[in-house]
Design a protein around this ligand. Structure first.
Ligand code: IPM
Ligand code: MG
Length: 369
C-alpha cells in the first residue's frame, strides 16, 4: 500500500534508541501484516544531536518535524551533557520541538493495567482499575514566560527570574480540548491551579468556568494544585480528566505516573491546533527519561514508547482498530506474566527489552488471527 503518512522518529539519548528499536519492530509488523505503512525518517535530538551538530536539535531536523504528520520521540539527556551551557542542554531540543511545533496540549494518561495493580507503591484497592487523563498546557506558563534569566544586582547579589503568564486564548484552547476529551470519557473535568495565590490561576479558573457554558453536560470542578497532589495519592479514582498549566502538569503527571507502578508504562501525546483539514501537528513520547544508568543493557521497558505509538495511531491517523490491537497485545503480554526489571514482581518472568518487543508483536499476531 502506498504510504502517505510521514513519520519522523527521534530516538534521542540513553535508552531512547533501545525502546525505539522495539517500536520499529511493531511498525515493521504492521507494515507486513496490517497494510499500515509509514514513510519513516529518523534523526537526532538531545545530546546526540549536540555531539553531531553542536545544538540539541539541528534546524534541518526542526524543519522535518514541522513537515511530518507525526513525530515519535524516545528520550533525551544524560550525564555527559549536564555541564553544557543551559541553551545547549539536551532538554532544550525537546522544549524547542514543543514550542516551534506549537504543541500546546499534552495528554498524559495514567492507566493501571490489572496485571500491574500490585506493582504500585499505593495499596492495590486504591489504584486497581485507575484510568485518569492529565491534560497539561505545554507551550506557556513559567516554562516560557518573559522576563526570565539570571541578573547581577548592584549589591553584588544575583537574581533568578521566571514569569508565570497565561493569556486567555491559551487557557481557552487547552480548556476546549479538555472538555472535548472529557466528553469522550467519564464526563468529569477537574481544573487545577492556585487561584488562592496567583492571578494567572484566578484567570484560569474564570476562563474555565466561562467555557463550561458551552459544555453543560460535563461536570466541572476546580481544585488547588497542592490539594490535587494530595488527592492523587489519597483517592486517585475520584478523577477522570485533569486540566492544568505547564508546571503543575509536569509535577502532577509524575505523581500520577507513579500510581501506576512504573514510569516505564506511561505514554504521552502532545498536540497542536487543528488546521483547515483537521490535521494537528503532533509529537508522541514516553513520560520516562533517558535512564542513562541502564542504557545499552537491554533492560529498559519499551512499553511506554510502544503505547505512545498506539496513541499516535489513534490521534494522528485515526487507526483506532490498530491502536486497540496494540494496546490489547500489551495487556495480554502483562497478563502472561512477562516483565522488564522496572515492573518485576514475585513469580513473574523477567525478560529483556528486545524480548518484550518481540512478545508484543507475537501477541498482536495471535490476537489478529
Ligand atoms: C517532562 C519532562 C520535561 C519537562 C523536561 C525533560 C524538560 O520533565 O516532559 O515532563 O519538564 O517538561
Ligand atoms: Mg516532567
Amino acid at each position: 500500500m502506498a504510504a502517505n503518512r510521514n513519520l519522523l522518529i527521534l530516538p534521542g539519548d540513553g535508552i531512547g534508541p533501545e525502546v525505539m528499536g522495539e517500536v520499529k519492530r511493531v511498525i515493521n509488523w504492521m507494515d507486513g501484516n496490517r497494510a499500515v505503512s509509514f514513510d519513516v525518517d529518523e534523526d537526532l535530538v538531545g545530546g546526540c544531536a549536540y555531539d553531531a551538530h553542536g545544538a540539541p536539535i539541528a534546524d534541518a531536523t526542526m524543519d522535518k518535524a514541522l513537515k511530518a504528520d507525526a513525530v515519535l520521540l524516545g528520550a533525551v539527556g544524560g550525564k555527559k551533557w549536564e555541564s553544557l551551557p543551559f541553551e545547549d542542554q539536551p532538554e532544550r531540543g525537546l522544549l524547542r520541538l514543543r514550542k516551534d511545533m506549537e504543541l500546546f496540549a499534552n495528554l498524559r494518561p495514567a492507566i493501571v493495567f490489572d496485571a500491574l495493580a500490585e506493582a504500585s507503591t499505593l495499596k492495590t484497592d486504591l489504584v486497581a482499575g485507575l484510568d485518569i487523563l492529565i491534560i497539561r498546557e505545554l507551550t506557556g506558563g513559567v516554562y516560557f514566560g518573559e522576563p526570565r534569566g539570571i541578573t547581577d544586582l548592584p549589591n553584588g547579589e544575583r537574581r533568578g527570574v521566571n514569569t508565570q503568564v497565561y493569556d486567555t486564548y491559551e487557557i481557552v484552547r487547552i480548556g476546549r480540548i479538555a472538555f472535548e476529551l472529557a466528553a469522550k470519557r467519564g464526563g468529569r473535568l477537574c481544573s487545577v491551579e492556585k487561584a488562592n495565590v496567583m492571578e494567572s490561576g484566578v484567570l484560569w479558573r474564570e476562563e474555565m468556568t466561562k467555557l463550561h457554558t458551552d459544555y453543560p453536560d460535563i461536570e466541572l470542578s476546580h481544585m488547588y494544585a497542592d490539594n490535587c497532589a494530595m488527592q492523587l495519592v489519597r483517592a486517585p479514582k475520584q478523577f477522570d480528566v485533569i486540566v492544568t498549566d505547564n508546571l503543575f502538569g509536569d509535577l502532577l503527571s509524575d505523581c500520577a505516573a507513579m500510581l501506576t507502578g512504573s514510569l516505564g508504562m506511561l505514554p504521552s501525546a502532545s498536540l497542536g491546533a487543528a488546521d483547515e483539514t483537521g490535521r494537528r501537528k503532533a509529537l508522541y513520547e514516553p513520560v520516562h527519561g533517558s535512564a542513562p544508568d541502564i542504557a545499552g543493557e537491554n533492560k529498559a521497558n519499551p512499553l511506554a514508547t510502544i503505547l505512545s505509538y498506539a496513541m499516535m495511531l489513534r490521534y494522528s491517523f485515526d487507526l483506532g482498530d490498530e491502536a486497540d490491537l496494540l494496546e490489547n497485545a500489551v495487556k495480554s503480554v502483562l497478563d502472561k506474566g512477562l516483565r522488564t526489571p522496572d515492573i518485576m514482581q514475585d513469580g513473574k518472568e523477567l525478560i529483556s527489552t528486545t524480548d518484550m518487543g518481540q512478545a508484543v508483536v507475537d501477541e498482536m499476531a495471535a490476537l489478529a488471527k
